[in-house]
Design a protein around this ligand. Structure first.
Ligand SMILES: CC(C)(COP(=O)(O)OP(=O)(O)OC[C@H]1O[C@@H](n2cnc3c(N)ncnc32)[C@H](O)[C@@H]1OP(=O)(O)O)[C@@H](O)C(=O)NCCC(=O)NCCS
Length: 291
């Protein structure tokens, strides 16, 4: 099997500062039955998918995420890697829980769909789509029908307590291969009430508590943990905030698994060179968006 997911992705900002988008075909669910492997079946399906994208879908490029052991499968079909920069930092869990007390002006709750959708959509555009290349443009429908289910139970929003309604930031965290991975994050750039460092630290503590005692006021026994987050976020938050995160000792954990291929030709108006664009703005697709 091979499946094409139609997505709109961000491709940077033009000279006037307007953010631009492109239509993309995301390749997923590539699989050949074990006893039929290495007979060229994936080759045939991927060629077909590329032809469909070229002839029937108005897409400029195709994107996919693969483990490095499968790169040859896709390189054969003209895909190449685009690096997303990620970092790991050491986290002292006890210090985080002891220090990051949420101001009474704010509270944290589960995201509510569709009530929060409009705000999340606008904030995600400003925080991610306008800042990163390759980022998935999230429609209301995508938030409501995909992300709300995909992130269910792990998606928390920081709101102001007075209204319990105005979203200022959000986080989703997952635990994989011994690391806590920031699966999704965003904050209100124009929010005067709270800095993105404070909102990140409060949300991180809240999301982490779900992996420990389930109660953020109970300090866990664990001393250390590893946190994985996009390097741009790591750089932006790299402030000595006494919150148990050792920002000064970050290590690279880049994701080279994103691959892209042009679909529109060089002469056509829709032609896009992802590697050139990624030199101007960081390439980032949040793990929440994987297809
Ligand atoms: C990846 C997968 C779909 C390949 O399917 P396939 O039908 O065996 O692939 P093909 O026979 O068409 O191979 C095409 C080319 O890809 C490369 N290739 C295929 N399988 C490979 C593997 N396991 N490792 C490295 N390269 C591989 C080879 O270059 C091959 O060409 P060659 O046979 O002329 O050398 C199959 O191994 C699979 O289903 N894996 C498990 C599911 C999975 O992990 N899918 C997600 C991949 S991101």
């Amino acid at each position: 099997s091979t499946r094409i997911f139609q997505r709109t992705v961000s491709i940077g900002t033009c000279q006037s500062g307007e953010s631009q988008t492109a239509e993309a075909g995301g390749i997923g669910e590539v699989c050949t039955a074990v006893s039929y492997r290495r007979r060229g079946l994936a080759n045939v399906l991927l060629k077909d998918a590329i032809k469909i994208m070229q002839d029937d879908l108005s897409v400029s490029l195709s994107l996919l995420h693969a483990d490095s052991s499968f790169f040859p499968v896709y390189e054969k079909q003209g895909y190449s890697c685009t690096l997303s920069r990620w970092s790991t930092v050491n986290l002292n869990v006890r210090s985080l829980f002891q220090s990051a007390t949420l101001s009474s002006k704010f509270c944290i709750r589960d995201a509510q769909f569709p009530n929060d959708t409009e705000q999340l959509q606008a904030l995600h555009k400003a925080y991610s789509e306008d800042q990163f290349v390759g980022c998935i443009v999230r429609s209301k429908e995508y938030w409501n029908s995909y992300l709300s289910k995909e992130l269910d139970g792990t998606f928390f929003v920081l709101v102001d307590s007075a209204s319990n309604d105005r979203v200022l930031a959000w986080i989703s965290l997952r635990f994989k291969n011994g690391k806590y991975i920031v699966r999704d994050f965003g904050a209100d750039f124009n929010g005067e009430e709270v800095t993105s460092v404070s909102s990140f630290v409060w949300l991180l503590k809240y999301a982490l508590s779900k992996f420990f005692t389930g109660n953020e006021s109970v300090i866990p026994d664990d001393d250390t943990a590893t946190l994985q987050l996009p390097t741009v976020l790591c750089d932006a938050l790299n402030i000595n905030c006494e919150c148990g995160i050792d920002w000064s000792d970050s290590a690279p954990a880049d994701d080279s698994g994103w691959m892209w291929r042009k679909i529109a030709n060089g002469e056509e108006p829709g032609y896009i060179d992802m590697n050139e664009l990624a030199k101007q703005m960081p390439h980032l697709i949040w793990p929440a968006d994987s297809f």
